[in-house]
Ligand binder design. Structure first.
Ligand code: SER
Length: 859
């Protein structure tokens, strides 16, 4: 039975038994953040089992795409794969154990024709009912029913669950003999189907409760059933995998040199991983260093290592069409996305090759210093971690030279690194803090430089990048004991600057406060090494800070000016302040008029010129509110707040950094005002040095326009008006001359050559090629049936109506004959073209008449 037929037979069988057939859901779980990838047929139906949603019908059947990342390392034996297709039938309160076992037994023995004597069910030790049912329905004696503690299934740490009954197939003694071969142990008994009796739910607090309606979830691995029904030695010999494996084997240039066991392992891995990668990418997963993107990258890199070991010509890319030929008919997203899938795979391949080349040099160094034939764990880890060089490759290369790798030590380092990465992730995601960051004293309101000490430092891992603990250019996040760096907050971006220490320096690229009271400085090391405990001089970039301060203070003044101009109905919604620009969002039902904007800008700039003094007060939230300080309506503030005011003009709750006097802003320009949502407007502004640059750009642009218009700057407007007038006149002229087109067509003459109408348009001057064809078309549609000849300067075109073509006339041949003595010609049956001389029009026409005439005689 072909896999195609197995799929169809399964779904048909359950359809015949009242199940609704539903298509496979994508591999990326929809509305289920608890799972990285869909790992079983029941995943899309979780909410049905839990009674949270009503299924379209109480009985469903599907062939669901599934992926088990946990099995990546198991791939290589006879029956494990990562991506697989799971055939299943599902009951939501419609039936339970008896019907589920009856269906399974009937389908396997009667439709698929499996020998009942080779079926070995297993049940949970507590599940006597199922054990008895297997006797009653299938006549399988209780001693052939294995009781397995692990016969309990749940889709994740929480959710629906229940005991299950698995069906094993006895592959025969050639797959293993002896007492250790039994269901659940060894390769001889292959699990092909799992019937889960979902009657409970596991809650987040660990308790298990009964479901209102017990249901059934079954899963049959298509690949495994195909292996049994096709009599194959492994899933990789079935029609689902064999063509992929053969493709890799054919392209391998090392097949003979590696041992048979190694070769099988690599080929199986290649076929599984290439197939899995195709399906993941087709569903929208892209390689990344985290999450499902990491699963994909890991899969591809393992495949690429195997491709390298077998020296597969062309790598993984050429396998894509093979996978598509097997699964593209069933999964249109794969067929439709084939090119994209291949591009993604090839890109990853190129990236990996670059990594290998870089790593190879390092490996040589490391191998050269391996003492006593042992590469240290630290060295191997560094290769893996810093250079992305797979451990497996290190091992293989080492083995080829008769040296070993201290794997235990590598494992230790990997564990350490995983913990570090976890800590890093937790600081990156606000609110889910696992790692306690040490506190930082902020001293940046009054000073831009401070002596400090690094209390914690951890590397920054970014997509496609690796880091080096010691080298320059590495990026780190550092927490300092004291810091003058303002951390992103209140709309203001984080400070930049430098850290310096004896023998070393780092740029601070950004500063964030993932949680209250501590500051994380994103650093790029320029020189030396940054370690916890290091004393540093921390210096904020004064230009960046001044830019931020100017924009932040200007934003406060703008807020106050808006309230003055538009009234108290204005509600600030948010702002963004950087050293280059600021945006200010507020609720307002309509666009501001040009006059309103000019008025606003004037009020703002006059407040700047008044050189108002900035004051900072620390008040309780209540006091601040009563004092009339503006605040964001939806922001949650601490009990103790900081209030920043400029003279009597502006008063706001704020933690940001500001100029000392408003005059330091220089000037502010409102560059745009637009909508960013219903009832929400945004004003864009530049202030301080950025305002100056904005003017410079405007002036340069105006000067450039003036230069192009060849007019003094003062006359640009008049010049543009003049040009617009000219364009209008030219357009009129153009229209005029277009209207003359038909008049030329009228100049065409018609004559009869026997029964054939011959229309001729004879123009002395050249036409553009497309116009030539257009005129011929026009004329042809005017005459209906007949032959059209257009002569224009040195061009000739012939067009025949379909009836003439049907009679054997050929426009290309006519053009060829008519132009033979000139430039020659050709074309197809309907349309021909050629070159003539200006004086040769008459001669060419004569040839056309002759051909048309003689065709009549023949006809
Ligand atoms: N959910 C069960 C499994 O994946 C049966 O479909 O094995």
């Amino acid at each position: 039975l072909l896999s195609q037929q197995i799929r169809a037979e399964f779904l048909n069988y359950f359809e015949q038994h009242g199940h609704l057939r539903v298509p496979s859901a994508p591999l990326i779980p929809q509305d289920d953040p608890s799972l990285l990838l869909v790992s079983a047929g029941m995943v899309p139906f979780k909410a049905y089992f839990l009674g949270q949603k009503t299924p379209p019908q109480a009985r469903l059947t599907s062939c669901q795409k599934a992926f088990r990342a946990t099995d990546i390392d198991a791939v290589g034996d006879l029956s494990h794969d990562t991506f697989f297709e799971m055939l299943g039938n599902f009951s939501f309160g419609a039936y339970f154990k008896e019907a589920a076992i009856t269906y399974a037994f009937e389908l396997l023995t009667q439709r698929f024709g499996l020998d009942p004597a080779r079926l070995y069910p297993s049940v949970h030790p507590s599940d006597d009912t199922s054990a008895k049912l297997w006797g009653k329905i299938a006549g399988i004696p209780s001693e052939r029913v294995t009781r397995l503690e692990e016969n309990f299934w749940q889709a994740g740490p929480t959710g629906p669950c229940g005991v299950d009954s698995e069906i094993y197939y006895d592959l025969g003694e050639r797959f293993g003999a002896g007492a250790d071969q039994r269901p659940g142990r060894g390769e001889r008994f292959l699990e092909i189907w799992n019937l889960v009796f979902m009657d409970s739910e596991r809650l987040p607090d660990g308790r298990t409760v009964r479901l209102a309606h017990a249901g059934v979830d079954t899963g049959m691995g298509l690949e495994r059933v195909a292996m049994v029904l096709q009599g194959c030695a492994s899933i990789f010999d079935t029609d689902l995998f064999a063509p992929i494996r053969e493709d890799f084997a054919n392209r391998s240039r090392q097949l003979e040199t590696v041992g048979p066991a190694q070769r099988d392992r690599h080929l199986r891995r290649l076929s599984d991983h290439a197939r899995g990668a195709c399906m993941l990418i087709a569903d929208g997963v892209l390689p990344a260093n985290e999450g499902r993107g990491y699963v994909l990258r890991h899969l591809l890199r393992r495949a690429l290592v195997s491709a390298m070991s077998l020296d597969v010509a062309g790598g993984l890319g050429p396998a894509v069409p093979v996978v598509v030929s097997i699964l593209g008919g069933t999964y249109s997203e794969l067929a439709g996305g084939a090119e994209r899938v291949r591009a993604v795979i090839q890109q990853e391949d190129v990236r990996f090759q670059e990594t290998l080349v870089r790593g190879m040099e390092q490996f040589e160094t490391v191998a050269a210093r391996a003492e006593g034939g042992l590469i240290t764990g630290a060295d191997a880890f560094r290769l893996h971690d810093t250079y992305g060089f797979p451990l497996e490759v290190t091992e293989e290369l080492a083995a080829a030279r008769g040296i070993r790798v201290d794997l235990a030590q590598v494992e230790e380092l990997l564990t350490q690194q995983r913990e570090l990465a976890r800590a890093r992730r937790s600081t990156a995601v606000a609110g889910t803090t696992l790692l306690e960051l040490p506190p930082t004293e902020f001293v940046g309101y009054d000073q831009l430089q401070a002596d400090s000490r690094v209390s914690l430092v951890y590397p920054v891992l970014r997509e496609g990048e690796t880091y080096d603990h010691a080298g320059a250019d590495a990026e780190f996040d550092a927490v300092l004991e004291r810091s003058p760096f303002y951390a992103e907050g209140g709309g203001q971006v984080g400070d930049r600057g430098t850290l310096q220490w004896p023998g070393g320096a780092a740029l601070v690229l950004d500063t964030k406060a993932p949680h209250l009271g501590s500051r994380v400085h994103r650093c790029r090391v320029l020189q030396g090494e940054l370690k916890a405990g290091q004393e540093v001089v921390a210096t904020v970039d004064p230009v960046h800070r001044a830019g931020c301060a100017a924009h932040h203070s200007a934003t406060h003044l703008l807020n106050a000016a808006l309230h003055r101009q538009l009234g108290e109905g204005v509600v600030q919604r948010g702002s963004m302040v950087s050293s280059e620009r600021a945006t200010f969002d507020f609720n307002w039902p309509r666009a501001l008029s040009a006059e309103e904007l000019v008025g606003l800008e004037r009020t703002l700039n006059s407040a700047i010129r008044e050189d108002l003094e900035r004051r900072v007060e620390h008040l309780t939230l209540d006091e601040a509110r009563r004092s009339g300080a503006l605040a964001l309506p939806e922001e949650t503030y601490n009990e103790d707040v900081r209030v920043v005011s400029f003279g009597d003009f502006s008063r706001e709750l704020c933690g940001g950094t500001h100029v000392q006097r408003s005059g330091q802003i220089g000037s502010a320009i409102l560059t745009a005002e637009h909508s960013v949502g219903s009832g929400l407007r945004r004003i864009e502004m530049v202030a301080g040095a950025a305002a100056e640059r904005w003017w410079e750009t405007q002036r340069t642009q105006t000067a450039e326009i003036a230069r192009q218009l060849r007019a003094p700057a003062g006359e640009v407007r008049a010049r543009v008006e003049e040009l617009q007038e000219r364009v209008r006149n030219l357009e009129k002229e153009l229209d005029e001359s277009r209207r003359q087109g038909p008049r030329e067509a009228e100049a065409a003459t018609r004559e009869q050559v026997g029964a054939i109408t011959l229309a001729i348009l004879d123009l002395p001057s050249q036409l553009a090629k497309k116009d030539l064809a257009r005129r011929a078309d026009q004329l042809a549609s005017e005459i209906g049936q007949g032959c059209v000849v257009v002569l224009a300067g040195s061009d000739l075109a012939v067009k025949l109506s379909p009836d003439l073509v049907a009679r054997g006339l050929n426009a290309g041949q006519i053009a060829q004959a008519a132009c033979r003595q000139f430039g020659g010609g050709g074309g197809n049956a309907q349309f021909g073209q050629g070159g003539v001389s200006a004086g040769g029009h008459a001669a060419a026409l004569a040839t056309v008449r002759t051909i048309l005439g003689s065709s009549l005689e023949e006809g």
